[in-house]
Design a protein around this ligand. Structure first.
Ligand SMILES: Nc1ncnc2c1ncn2[C@@H]1O[C@H](COP(=O)(O)OP(=O)(O)OP(=O)(O)O)[C@@H](O)[C@H]1O
Length: 441
């Protein structure tokens, strides 16, 4: 297994301290570093506020290069700075935050150097973007533990592959990796699909069904689309995870199981916890570690490495030399609603048609849909859809300005009426231009 980290890069993250200046809490202050911290009423939160106007999982904070990112997690009563209700803000100066009836005072601390691996691979996963290198680092930390992991991300961005990679890099690697797609189970059969059933235990139970927890014994179970699990089965799953034993439908006996759980979801489970449609205790049991996979449009710089890997995996490494530079550039201007899976399909089709001569990878690409033409919902929440449109707008705006100003960061800043540090942040986030150049003063 080549899940090795060969070299380290460093980034400077800006953290801070949050002090509870009004209200009851399990501690008086919280240090905010590069690991996400969650604040809410639920006792599993990092800072627990005993305040009835605070939601179970109210907001999260994390140190980033741009300051401490505060994100409201769809709380009922909101997160406020003064009279302004905030969704997502970056804090670099002392700031008072109000949640429910509690008051939290934020003060920044000295920026901290954090290692990020420079290696562009973790097992079968490739990617050079800072986002993916952060993901590899979290996978590397997760692998040797038995902690449950919740992987979040849009369709096709690699959640199952991340779960496999963690399993393969763990001591359970030579035991089974069993996938359960919770989204494909009819609600009435969910309990039996998770825990198995005895023969004749209900109408239609002609044969005994072995639980995937038994099939995965000693290994890892991957619960895909966990958010789809019916509410009435959620406490049963929680009990099974807590007690490490299961009971098949129609059986009176518990059976011990030794299984590591990795789950994934496309849905915003925290919002569902606050809405009461997903149990908070199960959420915290499954999300001992959270890994967020950025969508491909936010890490277009990963495309060349992904293309190389996929062409090699599809069985023709020599075809890499025939890929035209122009087509690679066109792939990097696409917005990839189907993420890495869409990229893989585009490559497979192009290879099938390009047995010899130059390969135009982009020839079968769906035309780029502009933000104004795209279907704004695509089954997503308002916040997710808005975030996506904004990200696309930012990328188009800075790509155009970067070209107009020949990459001169000061000039871009002047025209955008924005500080250079912020310009550099946007360029880096959207993979525009030469990242080394954009980090120069
Ligand atoms: N970082 C990566 N490196 C190499 N291949 C990748 C990477 N990410 C995803 N892929 C490939 O992209 C395809 C889609 O990935 P995967 O099935 O893991 O996505 P997913 O997020 O689980 O999708 P869904 O939400 O639809 O279940 C797979 O063929 C996978 O091998």
């Amino acid at each position: 297994m080549d899940a090795t980290v060969v070299a380290k890069g460093r980034v400077e993250v800006r953290g801070g301290t949050l002090k509870v200046s009004r209200g009851q809490a399990n501690k008086q202050s919280l240090e905010v570093g590069p690991e996400t911290q969650v604040i809410g009423r639920n006792e599993a939160c990092d800072l627990v506020l005993d305040d009835r106007k605070v939601s179970a999982v109210h907001m999260e904070l994390v140190a980033t290069e741009r300051g401490v990112r505060v994100r409201d997690l769809g709380s009922r009563n909101g997160t406020f700075i003064g009279d302004t209700r905030v969704g997502e803000v970056y804090l670099m100066k002392p700031t008072s935050l109000t949640v429910g009836e509690s008051l939290l005072e934020f003060s920044p601390t000295t920026p901290e150097q954090v290692d990020i691996p420079e290696v562009a691979q973790f097992g079968p996963l490739v990617g050079v973007s800072q986002g993916m290198r952060g993901v590899f680092e979290r996978c590397r930390k997760a692998a040797p533990t038995d902690l449950t992991v919740l992987i979040l991300g849009e369709t096709g961005c690699g959640k199952e592959l991340v779960a496999q990679a963690i399993h393969q890099a763990s001591s359970r690697a030579n035991k089974p990796f069993v996938v359960v797609d919770c989204g494909a189970i009819p609600p009435s059969l969910a309990e039996s699909a998770l825990f198995g059933h005895e023969r004749g235990s209900f109408t239609g139970a002609v044969d005994k069904r072995i639980s995937p927890f038994v099939e995965a014994d000693g290994g890892t179970i991957f619960l895909d689309e966990l958010g789809e699990l019916p509410v009435d089965v959620q406490p049963k799953l929680l009990r099974a995870l807590a007690e490490q034993r299961i009971k098949a439908v129609g059986s009176n006996n518990y059976r011990p199981v030794n299984v590591r759980v990795i789950a994934a979801t496309r849905r915003d489970l925290v919002r569902e916890v606050n809405a009461g449609t997903f149990r908070s205790d199960l959420y915290f049991r499954v999300a001992q570690l959270r890994i967020e996979l950025p969508p491909l449009r936010e890490r277009l710089e990963d495309i060349p490495a992904l293309v190389r890997k996929m062409i090699t995996d599809l069985g023709d490494p020599s075809a890499n030399d025939r890929v035209t530079t122009d087509s690679l550039e066109r792939l990097m201007r696409h917005d990839w609603p189907g993420n890495v899976r869409e990229l893989r399909n585009v490559i497979a089709v192009a290879l099938a048609f390009g047995k010899e001569g130059p390969i135009d990878l982009a020839q079968h690409l769906a035309p780029l849909v502009s933000a104004s033409e795209s279907t704004p919902t695509r089954g997503r929440t308002f916040q997710d859809a808005k975030r996506e449109v904004l990200a696309r707008f930012e990328r188009e705006y800075f790509t155009a300005l970067y070209a107009e100003c020949s990459g001169n960061v000061s000039e871009i800043g002047r025209r955008a009426a924005m500080e250079r540090a912020h310009v550099r942040g946007y360029l880096r986030r959207h993979g525009i231009g030469d990242p080394k150049k954009s980090s120069e003063p």
